[in-house]
Write a protein that binds this ligand. Structure first.
Ligand SMILES: Cc1cc2nc3c(=O)[nH]c(=O)nc-3n(C[C@H](O)[C@H](O)[C@H](O)COP(=O)(O)O)c2cc1C
Length: 128
């Protein structure tokens, strides 16, 4: 399981996170080119992205089209063969106290949902 902290900087991810991805995504190591096209070599993992944003992007088509943070991470990890990507999101953090409190509550609900989901997964039952 990989947990990624990804704040939204100018509609994308921070340069520090990008630098990590540039080290991670390497032909022959985490993906390879085959006759049928690129193939991810890092499957079988769960990625949890803790996503924060000053504004709100998830509730409109226009907002979703503007953000290249969650959509980009989905593409990158998908390219590496990781299809189980889960998001914990706090957005609207810079829009005043009411929005901020609502965002934290939403993120806490996301976390609770993840924990419930994990408890019901077969691998959790095996571990128990
Ligand atoms: C350099 C910089 C660029 C940012 N760009 C965006 C942006 O494009 N959209 C947005 O919603 N928030 C943006 N933010 C706000 C951050 O996403 C926000 O600070 C972050 O979610 C963490 O919240 P906090 O500062 O209250 O801890 C930016 C912040 C910084 C410092």
């Amino acid at each position: 399981m990989i947990v990624v902290g990804a704040t939204l900087y100018n509609f994308a991810i921070p340069s520090q996170l990008k630098a990590w991805i540039d080290r991670l995504v390497q032909a022959g190591r985490t993906f390879q080119y085959t006759e049928k096209g690129p193939q991810g070599l890092a499957g079988g993992k769960i990625v949890i992205v803790a996503s924060t944003r000053g504004g709100v992007y998830s509730t409109s088509e226009g907002g979703r089209a503007m953000e290249h943070q969650e959509s980009y991470l989905q593409t990158v990890f998908g390219f590496l063969g990781i299809t189980d990507i889960r998001f914990v999101r706090a957005e609207g953090l810079a829009m005043g106290e009411v929005h901020r409190a609502r965002a934290i509550t939403a993120a806490e609900l996301d976390i609770r949902a993840l924990v419930t989901e994990a408890a019901n997964e077969p691998s959790a039952a095996r571990a128990a």
